[in-house]
Design a protein around this ligand. Structure first.
Ligand code: AMP
Ligand code: MG
Length: 401
């Protein structure tokens, strides 16, 4: 009690400075590479596109040899996937989108600006030089590093990698994160509840968030509130994973064994953080395995995982982009946080005129899971800052899990 609270940013800087990337690398096929983190740069061996090609269905022409109104011979037909012959001077070549532009042509006139005259063609408007030609290398030049070490791959990155001819990428091996839930009151669905029991709701959310990060959860399960069980579970977890996340038991109550057990087995580095929800949060090591003790309340464990643990895990995984994406938008509500920075469950929505507005969930209690399920963002409200409707606030966008 009474110890000063550590500001969130200080905690994050500290954690990030402590996180060393896993070293093992592996090759994965592109189709399995989403959410994995690149362990080597991807360099293009080719130009993309490989050749100048047509952006339109139309006719390849040389604007210097022909005039509007001429009846022009169609000397070639070049569909996508084929290469034509050199353009015969004074003629045009029928060409389709994506087909290589023949040597000797300097523009493509779109079909809509031409007219057929028997088997000849007349152009109604002369394009400028280069028009409707997609130049070789306009997307990617040969030799360019298209994605760098540390990039966490998204669906569109996989397409980019395929476009330069790679079918696999080198990534860091998946980080293994042990998940344990402490609390004698917890029970797994669907067993009917006895008086005093609650369902373990932290577990599926944590497991899913770990999967979503491209990491591998290691399920340690439920741990009863005793020093022996907590010690056994922490040792087990440290032996099986790169990091450990537990929920519950990090407060100062007599039934809270996590903090004292971590202190006994390893070292505890911080545990009171100036954020709401989430004040009782522990970080430490069991042997050399980093450990996060998240608060038991479901909203608190969700928020602290995303705001505090996630950047640390991503850094361990070798990723360079650590923060959730954020935006600034006007609040539709009023509030005044106390001595901790608050993370409110909010929705960014569009008002009648298409502008973003941020609404918050009525009940911001740390046990109200409906609020996180409803939310699409977490508004970060600085301690002591009074918010009135219309004030701009920062919102972290929740990942689509
Ligand atoms: P604790 O941090 O252990 O004092 O727990 C704080 C609150 O969160 C208590 O009301 C617990 O019952 C609840 N809680 C702890 N762990 C879980 C869990 N895994 N799922 C749902 N609620 C939990
Ligand atoms: Mg507990």
């Amino acid at each position: 009690m009474g110890a000063p609270l550590t500001p969130v940013d200080e905690v994050l800087d500290y954690l990030i400075s402590k996180a060393d990337c896993v070293v093992e690398k592996e090759w994965v096929e592109l189709q399995y590479a989403r959410d994995r983190v690149l362990a080597s740069d991807v360099v293009s061996a080719i130009n993309v596109p490989l050749m100048d090609n047509s952006a339109m269905d139309g006719y390849a022409i040389n604007t210097n040899d022909i005039s509007v109104g001429d009846e022009l011979v169609v000397s070639d037909r070049i569909p996508a996937g084929k290469t034509g012959q050199d353009l015969v001077s004074g003629t045009v070549a029928r060409i389709f989108t994506g087909a290589p532009v023949p040597r000797g042509a300097n523009a493509v006139v779109m079909q809509e600006l031409t007219e057929k005259v028997g088997d000849k063609v007349r152009i109604s408007e002369m394009p400028g030089e280069g028009v409707n030609i997609r130049r070789a290398g306009q997307d990617i030049d040969q030799g360019t590093t298209i994605l760098q070490v540390g990039r966490r791959l998204r669906a569109q990155d996989l397409g980019l990698i395929a476009s330069v001819g790679c079918d696999r990428v080198q990534v860091f091996r998946r980080l293994k994160i042990a998940v344990m839930s402490t609390g004698d009151e917890l029970i797994e669905p669907p067993v009917p509840l006895q008086p005093g029991q609650i369902y373990n709701s932290n577990h599926p959310t944590l497991i899913a968030m770990i999967h979503q990060l491209g990491m591998e959860p290691v399920d340690i399960g439920l741990v009863e509130d005793s020093a022996e069980a907590t010690e056994k579970a922490l040792k087990d977890a440290a032996g099986k994973a790169d990091c450990i996340v537990s929920t519950g038991g990090v407060s100062v109550g007599e039934e809270d064994y996590v903090k004292s057990t971590v202190e006994r087995l390893g070292r505890l580095e911080l545990w009171r953080i100036a954020m709401k929800p989430g004040k009782p949060l522990a970080f430490g090591y069991i042997d050399e395995t980093p450990f996060f003790g998240l608060p038991g309340n479901p909203v608190s464990s969700f928020v602290t995982f995303l705001i505090v643990a996630r950047p640390f895990f991503l850094k361990l995984q070798g990723c360079y982009e650590l923060r959730l994406p954020s935006m600034t938008a006007p609040a539709e509500f009023a509030m005044k946080p106390g001595l901790r920075r608050e993370y409110c469950r909010v929705r960014v929505e569009y008002d009648g005129s298409g502008k973003e507005v941020v609404t918050n969930f009525d009940n911001q209690g740390s046990g109200v899971l409906s609020s996180v399920s409803w939310a699409n963002g977490l508004a970060e409200i600085e301690m002591g800052r009074e918010i009135n409707p219309g004030d701009l606030i920062k919102v972290y966008l929740l990942p689509d899990a």
